[in-house]
Design a binder for this molecule. Sequence first.
Ligand SMILES: [Zn+2]
Length: 217
Amino acid sequence: MLTLEFAKPRDHGMRILCVGAHSDDIEIGCGGTILRLLSQYRDAEISWVVLGSSGERDDEAVTSAEQFLQGAWRKDIIVEHFRNSFFPYVGEEIKSFFEKLKMRVTPDIVFTHFRSDLHQDHRLVSELTWNTFRNQLILEYEILKYDGDLGSPNVFVHLDEATCQKKISVIMECFKSQQDKDWFTPDAFLSLLRIRGVESKAPQKYAEGFYCRKVIL
Ligand SMILES: [Zn+2]
C-alpha cells in the first residue's frame, strides 16, 4: 500500500501537541507513535498536556512524559487537576483552559482522544480539541476499556517490536498506581498493537490506530 508522509521536512521543527484526559492516556493511545516521530524528527517540539491528574499521579505523569520525550528538541509538559470522571460537569473550566492553550501552542499535529470514546472525560477532551484547533491535522487515538468502544481506525502508524516494548515497559514502570486495574497489563497493550498491525499489514507486526476526519493531499 502507498503510504503517506507528513509534508514537512524532517529538519524543520515538527510541532506536536498531545492531549490526554488522564495521566496515562497519551502513552497508551499514541506512545509508540510519539517514540517513532521523535526518532524521525530530531528537532521536534512537543507539548504534552494531562488534564486530570491528582496526587501521586502527578509525579507518574511527569516521569513517564520525560521518558517518552527523551528524544525531543524541546518539550513542555503541562499537568492540570480537573476532577477525574467529572469533566463534562466542569466543562466551562476545561474550555477556558483550552482557550489559554491555543495562545500557548501552534501545533502542526494534535493527538487527542477518539470522538466516540465512551469515557465522558475522553469524549469532552476530543470535542474541545476540535473546537479549539481549527487548522491542524488532528489524529484521535484509542484507549482499550471495559465499556467496549473500540472501532475501526482509518490511520495506522507501523511500529517495530522494540518500540512497542519500550512503550509498554515505560507505562508499566511509571504508572504503579494503576497496576491493580485488570486491564492495565502488558499483554492487553500488546494485543491491541498486534490487532492494529494485522489490520494494516504492518511489516513488523505492530501498529497504533487513529481516526482522522480531515486530511489534505
Ligand atoms: Zn483516560
